[in-house]
Design a protein. Structure first.
Length: 693
């Protein structure tokens, strides 16, 4: 039996190995996406493929890695030897998207396979139909780059040259790709040396026994926390904006069953996989579930495989959350984040004080690529602007900040690095005023970033979400502003693709300015309950405009910028009286709660006319506790005047039954701009057309 002190020393030393891996790779990587953005994650796993130690890394990288290692173990069996290096990026084998390439290095001591140090790192390009590989309109995995099943890139310490040459010949900016691979290998070798040192100090038996105890202890702790959640079933749903090849929203639906210390999460009812990049494996879906549960229950203690054991996740094969080959999976991050939104929404009634407003909800992949005349080589500018995090019970959300689910990434790339290496000029970077969702605690603000092309031609690709359907608030809080990715040519602004936030290879010319606008976080609690002095401070610091202070918070300021107490009291009473609340109608009026893959609620035509709610208008059904239910309006003369038919399942999601009253709030969607007619430098398209999606 390992004594407690030795146990703690071994756990912390394993974690320190991972931290040294992170520091090493950041110093020796070739591409800025690794040494500046730190878009990589490190882990140490045991010989069974269990995650043993991680640090401040991206859960989306780390948690699926054990799936990959177990698949590699099953594939190679006893044919794993000292000096072997396994490479994998296959989404259907525990991967994420093809850009995230994993290096897995077995460590042997005295001929025994002991541990696997591993790194998953985002390579800025892995081939495919557009610079950067990720695109908003890919329809199958072949368009997204080189797919790498578990293969050996090194065998017994020797590079498999043919495999390496074939792989890199199909990737842009080959020197960077080769350099990043070598950096990842050397980083894992550093970890190997530290592991061998640990065996020398503690002995192999003590080390392996300690790892098993650490995993069991973590499982026991998580089960104790799960046991505190009220038993029951919690259901919620939300939507991705669109598939990339269609404008229709894409439904995600989760049912969480809690019984004692066990959690089962079932995604039956989620949309079938789509002809677009927003599909993912069950490994990614499981990652999303665990990330929320760990954040809510135990944000501080180290993560390892023991923490996963109380959780069971299922999703029907062939859905966007458990996709079949050859579904495109470039938007795995969008899937993961929306899955997190659904799990948060379901838990918002079970653990109301622990759930914050939604975050920006996407990775915001933006690529500008082309040929740089100065170097006669391809260049790729990869940006991923952070947004606002949700307001929470204790405080406002953070602005332009990586959220709990993203690890130690930078919010944006440094201007100096971009302009020194690429034909790009950063014209403006600032906080996006009024983007945070209104609430008792306000959501954090997003970013506004203007990027000008300083070479003759390039292409612009975007893979994002929450550009139409915004991040939700909770407990009456307002939605954050949605993401927006457009470009300006002359005085006109255009959308790079047919679907907001999803574009492939849109032509740019010198002087075009890419406009990046990231989403704000959702609000927490009723905005009319926010301390007026906090609103005054928000106006003074430029987070909220005077108009928004009056319209969203009901706070009236004097010419001197102070709170007018009397006018504010009157304004808030007026806003409260103008809210639309309707009684929930009996469920027998209709049976079908969905049409065209989205939820519909029904109003009497006279009620709809009085409230100026048109058929197909999007709304939020807002309740004092929990996340709002998103739905679209339909009319039905059988619905009593002044009432709202939700449907039994929809009512259960937000905890209302017939006779209860619910607030109906119009849901402002993002706007859609017309695409440029011609990308030639001498041609500027006609006047911009703004259309509600």
């Amino acid at each position: 039996m390992v004594d407690p002190i030795t146990l703690e020393v071994i756990q912390e030393r394993l974690i320190s190995i991972v931290r040294e891996m992170r520091a090493t790779l950041a110093r020796v990587a070739y591409s800025s996406v690794l040494y500046e953005a730190r878009d990589f994650s490190c882990v140490v796993m045991n010989a069974r493929g269990d995650a043993v130690a991680v640090s401040e890394d991206n859960p989306g990288h780390i948690i699926p890695l054990p799936w990959s290692v177990r698949i590699a173990i099953a594939r190679f069996g006893d044919d794993i030897h000292p000096g072997d290096v396994i490479l994998i990026n296959d989404p259907y084998s525990g991967g994420t998207h093809l850009n995230d390439v994993a290096v897995i290095c077995p460590v042997f001591v005295d001929g025994k396979l002991l541990l696997f140090p591993a790194i998953r790192a985002h390579w800025a390009d892995v081939g495919g139909m557009t610079p950067g590989s990720l695109s908003g309109t890919s329809t199958e995995i072949f368009q997204e780059g080189v797919r790498i099943p578990p293969i050996k890139i090194y065998e017994r310490g020797k590079l498999v040259t043919g495999v390496a040459d074939l792989m890199f010949a199909n990737m842009r900016v080959e020197p960077e790709r080769r350099g990043d691979l070598q950096a990842m290998l050397e980083t894992c070798r550093t970890a190997e040396r530290r592991i061998v040192e640990m065996v020398g100090k503690f002995g192999m038996g003590t080390l392996l026994e300690s790892i098993d105890v650490i995993l069991d202890r973590t499982e026991e702790h998580i089960r104790e926390l799960v046991d505190r959640i009220p038993d029951g079933s919690y259901v919620y749903e939300d939507y991705l904006d669109a598939s990339g090849t269609s404008h229709d929203p894409v439904l995600l639906k989760a049912r969480i069953d809690i019984a004692g210390s066990d959690i089962k999460v079932d995604f039956t009812g989620t949309a079938a996989q789509v002809a677009g990049p927003i599909n993912a494996s069950l490994a990614v879906t499981t990652t999303a579930v665990f990330t929320i549960l760990k954040t809510v229950l135990d944000p501080d203690l180290p993560v390892n495989q023991g923490a996963f054991r109380p959780v069971t996740v299922t999703a029907p094969l062939g859905t966007i959350l458990n996709a079949r080959f050859p579904a495109a999976c470039g938007g795995f991050a969008e899937i993961r984040r929306r899955t997190q939104s659904v799990v948060m929404g379901a838990l918002s009634r079970a653990l109301p004080d622990a759930i914050a407003g939604d975050v920006k909800g996407t990775a915001n992949h933006c690529y500008v690529g082309g040929l740089n005349p100065a170097t006669n080589a391809h260049f790729i500018f990869y940006e991923y602007p952070a947004g606002g995090t949700g307001g929470y019970r204790e405080a406002d959300g953070s602005s332009a900040f990586r959220s709990f689910d993203e690890g130690d990434f930078s919010s944006i790339q440094p201007v100096e690095s971009i302009e020194n290496e690429l034909p790009i000029v950063i014209e403006r970077t600032e906080l996006r005023v009024d983007s945070g969702g209104a609430g008792t605690s306000r959501g954090g603000l997003g970013i506004e970033r203007d990027v000008r092309l300083a070479t003759d031609r390039a292409t612009y690709s975007v893979l994002s979400d929450r550009c139409v359907i915004p991040p939700y608030g909770v407990h009456g809080g307002g939605a954050g502003a949605p993401n927006s990715f457009t470009y300006r040519r002359g005085r006109d602004e255009y959308q790079p693709g047919k679907v907001p936030g999803k574009a492939t290879g849109c032509p740019l010319v010198r002087g075009d300015v890419v406009l990046m606008r990231s989403a704000g976080g959702g609000g927490f609690g009723d905005p009319l309950a926010r301390d007026p002095e906090r609103v005054r401070d928000d106006v003074a610091t430029g987070y909220v405009t005077i108009d928004a202070a009056g319209a969203a918070y009901g706070v009236v300021l004097t010419v001197q910028g102070e709170v007018d107490v009397v006018a504010t009291r009157a304004r808030r009473a007026e806003l409260a009286a103008r809210r639309t609340t309707l009684a929930v109608a009996a469920p027998a009026l209709a049976a079908d709660e969905y049409r065209h893959g989205r939820r519909y609620v029904k109003l009497n035509p006279a009620t709809a006319a009085r409230l100026r709610l048109a058929v197909d208008a999007p709304v939020e059904l807002v309740v004092p506790v929990g996340a709002p239910l998103r739905a679209w309006i339909d009319t039905d003369a059988a619905t009593p005047e002044g009432e709202l038919w939700i449907g039994a399942e929809g009512g259960a999601m937000i905890g209302v039954v017939p006779g209860d009253r619910v607030e109906v709030r119009a849901l402002p969607l993002g706007t859609r701009l017309r695409m440029a007619v011609d990308a030639a430098p001498t041609s500027v398209a006609a006047e911009r057309e703004v259309v509600k999606v």
